[in-house]
Design a protein around this ligand. Structure first.
Ligand code: HEC
Length: 147
């Protein structure tokens, strides 16, 4: 293996294994405090009105309906937050998809994050940078070490 190949493989590892002991400047994670508690509380009220009848008040789902906690995390991991937002915006609530506003849907996504023990922060989740926010199943190691 020439030096170039070694470097290329090294680079691939950096790209393919995000969050594994590699500090990545500028990378945003759902673990970076991307929503506020007040927003999650608004989302909780909306969730209870529009989603809990199927997904359950505790988000645990039912026989027909997937849970929004637990295996929900590994299921969405590796995506970015726009994927979840787009899904909720276009496919949910099941019987009236797209019924809720973008603001309501970001509030509900904030509530779902909080329900999965993802920490809150000081700024509301907006629609502007959802694609930049990585859905990591667990807190990235580099961040864990820093705090
Ligand atoms: C009438 C029942 C019903 C309601 C109300 C409902 N959902 Fe769902 N939801 C479902 C079902 C059924 C699925 C699975 C759909 C599929 O697999 O095609 C689902 C799937 C989902 C998923 C994907 C879960 C996963 O990991 O696969 C999310 C996220 C979701 N719903 C969020 C919401 C939100 C947020 C609301 C309220 C705005 C809502 N749902 C309202 C029945 C419902």
């Amino acid at each position: 293996m020439g030096l170039k190949t070694v470097l290329a493989v090294g680079m691939m590892t950096l790209i393919v294994a995000p969050g594994i002991a590699v500090a990545q400047q500028g990378r945003i994670s759902i673990w970076d405090g991307v929503y506020t508690d007040a927003q999650a509380e608004r989302g909780r009220v909306l969730y209870m009105q529009s989603c809990s009848s199927c997904h359950g008040a505790d988000l645990s789902g039912s026989f027909e309906t997937p849970p929004l906690v637990g295996r929900f995390m590994p299921y969405w991991s590796g995506s970015t937050l726009d994927a979840l937002f787009d899904y909720v915006s276009t496919a949910m609530p099941m019987h009236s998809p797209g019924a809720l506003s973008a603001g309501a849907n970001t509030d509900i996504v904030a509530f779902i994050l909080k329900s999965n023990d993802i920490p809150s922060g000081s700024k509301d989740l907006g629609t502007g940078n959802l694609k930049a926010i990585h859905f990591d199943p667990a807190k990235p190691v580099s961040r864990r070490a820093r705090k």
